[in-house]
Structures are given as structure tokens and as C-alpha cells.
Design a protein around this ligand. Structure first.
Ligand code: FAD
Length: 441
């Protein structure tokens, strides 16, 4: 049986190792960090994430969805906080049972790694940092505390995230490898709302909280211990930005003005703001995602997206499902399997990248408006009135497995039909009024 060398035991790496292990392949998974079960939190990334239909499907296929979701918290809609502290709830779907789930990154990471380790043919090696891959020989150079070692496989899979070392090797060794990275002008910082004195949640537990402030925003997702993890998305530079907010007084003033209802719930705000890193937000597109039958990229290594649709990990899990299907379809021809996986996923990853950037504007700006809430109500009314015919874009992306590119195309078509229908109705109304007025005079 072929041997796969996987680089990176993050969310997708653990899950993919479990899929490959289940197919009977020999798998060696190398991770630069220490074992997350030894308390090594996956630093620099969000503490919790929203998992929805695509991600849950990826877990279900190997029978670990229930185990992974046991501590997840369902979020049924957006809770919008305006500057005065007034709250507006906007459900995600017409069906109240459809929700996204807040899940801890470290716990989910542990669940997928343990699922992989249940297969005796999967071995996980922590504290092994990949320094580069030789594509022709499918071998990876690794740095360990004992010195440099080489891992040899029939194929190497880069599941090593947005700043993938495997992808860097492809960039330098594959002729005409396409690569594009673009950073938002915004960065992000995680902050905390601790549990109340009785250990309960200090805001609505089953919602994703948003403080939309036009050019920036803060969000908060609930954790099982009664706390919320808040993420402030704000410009790096500018008159009022991360760059100019240096002192405790600056931070206090900014939060008092912009988030007056959240600030009293954040006793560690000043420490968190000072000590937590400010992360950057990158979109990465590249092609191809494979080199012959030797190397392949999965998850953020192939397509990092900004987090505003809550789909990066969901899409990475969907990659694992599709790659597994392709390996099943072409068991004797790995290059064909890699090529088919790339063909099925690339346009969808590109579509998601665009959707995610578009949703940033929607979340930070439009969610605050009455028009947005009215459009959501109309979306839900149409979805209920035209079951199976009309599906809002958010519903297709979050609660179905319709490919991202098909969902984006269908939403554009629906909008065109909707606007044409509204325009026709208005025209008929105006014409009727004109005829009636004409008859009177
Ligand atoms: C602020 C924020 C919020 C987010 N929220 C959501 C959300 O709500 N829902 C959602 O679906 N997605 C969300 N995402 C996106 C999600 O985090 C990623 O899409 C997901 O983590 C991708 O998984 P991955 O396994 O491809 O990469 P990663 O999770 O980044 O894992 C990569 C792994 O590779 C290891 N590694 C890296 N380099 C090497 C090396 N040289 N050698 C060995 N190992 C290496 C890393 O240590 C890591 O363990 C969010 C992202 C951010 C930044």
C-alpha cells in the first residue's frame, strides 16, 4: 500500500490522516508544534470557530461528528449590537433548527488527531518542522530537536496552513506555478468576555454577536465554559486604528465610544489588548495544487481565505472528503486522483475567497442597517414560499453542500430575477395608478 507523508497536523491534517488511514494507506503525519494534548494551544489563530454543514459532513464520514460536537454551542443567528447598546436578532435561516456551531479549535484538533491515531497504520510525529520538500522524490526535510531527518513517502501532502512550506517548495520547483497573496488592510485581535459570577454566559449564549461599525467590527462567539471569545477586526493603519491606539487610555476611550455595552463585561480588556497578538488576514490563491503523483496541497495551504464567512475550516474539511473520493475513484492512478481533486475544488475555493471578502463588508457595515434586516426577512419569506426553488446565498453556503461556485452563480441569478420582479411590480403599480388618475381627471 502507498505511503503518504503529511505535513501539518492542524484541523485538516488530522482529518485527512484519518481518511487515509481508513483507506489502509501508510500515513506519517509531521507537525512542527508539540502535541496539543500537552496544553500547547494552537497559537496565533482563533480560539473557537464556527462549524457548519460542510465541516460536519466531513466529520460524519468517519463517524466522529457526535464526539466532536458534544461541547459545541449552537448559534441560531446574528445578535447585532448597535452603538446605543440596543440589540437586534437576525436568525440565520427560516428554519430555526438550522444553526452554526461554536467549537473550540484545540478540542476539535485533538478529536481529529485521535481519530487518525485509532488506525495502526497512522503515525503522528510532533515537534517535526518541515524545512522543504523535494518534489521528484516525494521526500520532506524535517527539523527536530535531535537534528535534521528526512521523511520518504510515495506522496507528500501539504496540510501545513496558509504559510505552507510544501507550497513554497512547489513555488521554487514547479515551472509556471501560479501564486497570489493579498492582505486586507485590517488585522484582528482576540479579547475575552469571561463567565458571569455564577459561571453563566453574560450575553445571549446561542448567537453570534456582532458590533458592526462600518469600517471595522467586533464579533463574539460563545465557549462552553460560559465565556465569549471576542475578535476585533480593525484597520492596521489610519487616524483611529491598531497603529494609533497605543496607551491604556486610548483603548479605554475607543471601547467606551464604540462598544459601550461590551466594555463592562471585559475586565481583562486592557491586558488582553496589550498582550494578545494582532493577526493579519490573508487570501492565498495558487495553482496547480499538485505535482504529478508526488505532492498535493489541502486546506489553507492550497487556499487560505479571510474568516468572514466562517468557512475556511469547513472548506478544508470538504477538501478532505473530495480528495478521499478521488483516491477511491482512481485507486491505481494517484496523479489522476490529485488532478481530479484539483479540478473539483479550485473554482470553489476561488469562489469562497470572493464570498468571504464580500461578507466582511456585509458584517461590518450592512448588518447594522434596517435594509439588511428587511432583505433577510424577504429572503426567509421567499425561501418558505418557494421551497427548494429559492435559497438565500448564506443558506446555500452554510447549510448545504452545493459547491461554492454554483451557490454564488445561483444567488446572482436569483437576485436578478428578484430585482426584475420587483421592478415589474413597481412598473405595473405606477402604470395602474397613472391610468386610474387619468380616468378621474
Ligand atoms: C481569526 C480567524 C477566525 C476563523 N474562524 C473560522 C470559522 O469560524 N470557521 C471556519 O470554518 N474557519 C475559520 N477560520 C479559518 C480556519 O482557521 C482555517 O481555514 C483552518 O484552520 C485551516 O485548516 P488547515 O489544517 O488547512 O490549517 P491550520 O489549521 O493552519 O493547520 C496547519 C498546521 O500545520 C502546521 N505547520 C505549519 N507549518 C509547518 C511546517 N513547516 N512543518 C510542520 N508543520 C507545520 C501548523 O503548526 C498547524 O498545526 C478562521 C481563521 C481565522 C484566522
Amino acid at each position: 500500500m502507498s505511503k503518504f507523508v503529511l505535513i501539518g497536523s492542524g484541523l485538516a491534517g488530522g482529518l485527512l490522516a484519518a481518511y487515509l488511514g481508513g483507506r489502509g494507506y501508510e500515513v506519517d503525519l509531521y507537525e512542527r508544534r508539540a502535541d496539543p494534548r500537552e496544553g500547547n494551544i494552537v497559537g496565533g489563530r482563533s480560539i473557537n470557530l464556527a462549524i457548519s454543514t460542510r465541516g460536519i459532513h466531513g466529520l460524519e464520514q468517519i463517524g466522529i461528528a457526535e464526539e466532536a460536537l458534544q461541547h459545541a454551542i449552537p448559534m441560531r443567528g446574528r445578535m447585532i449590537h448597535d452603538r446605543s447598546g440596543a440589540l437586534h436578532f437576525s436568525p440565520y435561516d427560516v428554519d430555526p433548527k438550522k444553526c452554526i456551531n461554536s467549537i473550540g479549535r484545540a478540542a476539535l484538533n485533538t478529536t481529529v488527531i485521535e481519530a487518525a491515531q485509532r488506525y495502526p497504520n497512522v503515525r503522528v510525529h510532533f515537534n517535526h518542522k518541515c524545512t522543504g520538500v523535494d518534489l521528484e522524490s516525494a521526500s520532506a526535510g524535517l527539523e527536530t530537536v535531535e537534528g535534521a531527518v528526512t521523511a520518504q513517502g510515495d506522496a507528500v501532502i501539504g496540510v501545513d496552513g496558509a504559510f505552507s512550506s510544501v507550497r513554497k517548495s512547489m513555488q521554487s520547483q514547479v515551472a509556471n506555478f501560479q501564486y497570489d497573496e493579498s492582505y486586507l488592510a485590517h488585522g484582528y485581535k482576540e479579547l475575552t468576555i469571561p463567565p458571569g459570577p455564577d459561571g453563566s454566559w453574560q450575553m445571549e449564549k446561542n448567537a453570534l454577536h456582532i458590533w458592526p461599525r462600518k469600517s471595522f467590527m467586533m464579533i463574539a462567539l460563545p465557549n462552553p465554559d460560559g465565556s465569549f471569545t471576542c475578535t476585533l477586526f480593525w484597520e492596521f493603519e489610519g487616524a483611529r486604528s491598531f497603529g494609533t491606539t497605543k496607551t491604556d487610555d486610548d483603548v479605554r476611550l475607543f471601547f467606551e465610544e464604540e462598544f459601550p455595552d461590551a466594555m463592562p463585561l471585559m475586565p481583562s480588556l486592557l491586558d488582553d489588548f496589550r498582550n494578545n497578538p494582532t493577526g493579519s488576514l490573508v487570501t492565498i490563491r495558487c495553482a496547480p495544487w499538485f505535482y504529478r503523483d508526488k505532492v498535493c496541497l489541502v486546506g489553507d495551504a492550497a487556499h487560505a481565505v479571510v474568516p468572514f464567512y466562517g468557512q475556511g475550516m469547513n472548506a478544508a474539511f470538504e477538501d478532505c472528503v473530495v480528495l478521499d473520493e478521488c483516491l477511491e475513484q482512481f485507486p491505481e492512478n494517484r496523479e489522476r486522483a490529485f488532478a481530479e481533486y484539483f479540478r473539483r475544488r479550485k473554482e470553489n475555493a476561488d469562489a469562497l475567497a470572493d464570498l468571504a471578502i464580500g461578507n466582511f463588508i456585509e458584517m461590518r457595515d450592512k448588518t447594522a442597517s434596517k435594509t439588511f434586516r428587511a432583505k433577510k426577512k424577504l429572503d426567509h419569506a421567499l425561501e418558505a414560499a418557494l421551497p427548494g426553488m429559492y435559497l438565500p446565498l448564506y443558506t446555500m453556503v452554510t447549510f448545504t453542500r452545493i459547491p461554492y461556485s454554483a451557490a454564488a452563480r445561483r444567488a446572482r441569478l436569483q437576485d436578478r430575477i428578484l430585482y426584475a420582479a420587483i421592478f415589474s411590480l413597481l412598473s405595473i403599480g405606477i402604470l395602474t395608478l397613472a391610468i386610474l388618475l387619468g380616468r378621474r381627471s
